[in-house]
Design a protein around this ligand. Structure first.
Ligand code: KMH
Ligand code: ZN
Length: 291
């Protein structure tokens, strides 16, 4: 019987407002400056988000891992809202591994940690085992809670191996995010979500999922039905609906969070606030472990 048979009473909504893939020229409403990302985060908190997953952009709106810029963006977000702050260590497919590791110096509450290499459209998102281990050790040394990103079911076997060899994360909680629908990764279907939940290591204490692109709503609904938490945002989806006259673009991250909160509330699992998300992820215990 699944440990997740009883769904949590509240839903943690993570907003991923920016990502590294869309250009500002193509998506003029994409928040990219520290001020815009902070304002978006604050609006999304009011709409029901509990955590923000941040990719940083430079002054020309290009993805960057430049540490001063990362620190400025984090500081702006922390100033503007109370969301749990998660920094991407995935960066863009062009970022070197050492720069991706170095973002932990900015001391976010949480960071993404992808469990394996995956084709990513025409590119390759590199996450070799040695890098996974280095990144994991660094999170433990710094008291940062990792969110394990899973792009394919086999990466859950890597999580098993990682926990066996390295032990539990800082804070003792194990949170997994299923990233479905990437061209090259697992498909964004209800079957995928169910298969992954069945394969989660027993140490996993919470899980969420997101559907990239057209799988977005399917995965949102399947995840809520299966008792998971959800991630939404313009990193993952830019089409709001398939209208009679063609695709309707997403207007804002807030709209996406509001819709997720509405569906979750209808399903009797309303959004949790950032303090509850911090408890869920074990942030205080993680910090205490290195104090
Ligand atoms: N931008 C992708 C190559 C993460 O944030 O950790 C990787 C990504 C995952 O978005
Ligand atoms: Zn990301």
């Amino acid at each position: 019987m699944s440990r997740f048979l009883r769904a949590p009473s509240r839903t943690m909504i993570t907003v991923a407002p920016t990502g590294a893939e869309s250009s500002r020229a193509d998506v003029p409403d994409l928040p990219t400056t520290p001020e815009e990302i902070a304002a978006t985060a604050a609006a999304c908190e009011r709409a029901g988000a509990a955590m923000v997953h941040i990719h940083v952009r430079d002054e020309q709106h290009r993805p960057t891992l430049d540490l001063p810029r990362v620190r400025d963006t984090l500081a702006a977000v922390r100033e503007a809202c109370g969301l749990v702050v998660q920094l991407s260590t995935g960066g863009s497919v062009h970022d070197p591994l050492d720069a991706r590791l170095a973002v932990l110096e900015a001391a976010p509450d949480s960071c993404s940690l992808t469990l394996g290499t995956v084709n990513f459209g025409d590119d390759v998102f590199m996450n070799p085992w040695g890098f996974v281990v280095d990144l994991y050790r660094e999170t433990r040394a710094r008291g940062i809670v990792p969110e394990f990103e899973v792009f394919d079911l086999g990466q859950l076997t890597t999580l098993r191996r990682l926990l066996d060899r390295e032990g539990l994360p800082a804070g003792g909680r194990v949170h997994v995010d299923l990233v479905t629908g990437v061209p090259g990764g697992m498909p964004g279907t209800a079957d995928t979500v169910v298969a992954c939940v069945a394969a989660l290591p027993t140490e996993v204490t919470s899980w969420s999922a997101t559907g990239i692109g057209r799988s977005h709503l399917t995965v949102l609904a399947a995840t809520l039905a299966a008792g998971g938490h959800v991630r939404v945002g313009m990193e993952d989806v830019l089409v709001w609906a398939r209208g009679p006259e063609g695709p309707v673009p997403v207007r804002s991250n807030t709209d996406l969070v509001e819709r997720a909160a509405r569906v979750a509330t209808e399903l009797q699992r309303p959004p949790m606030d950032p303090a509850d998300a911090a408890d869920l992820l074990g942030l205080e215990a993680a910090r205490a472990a290195v104090a």
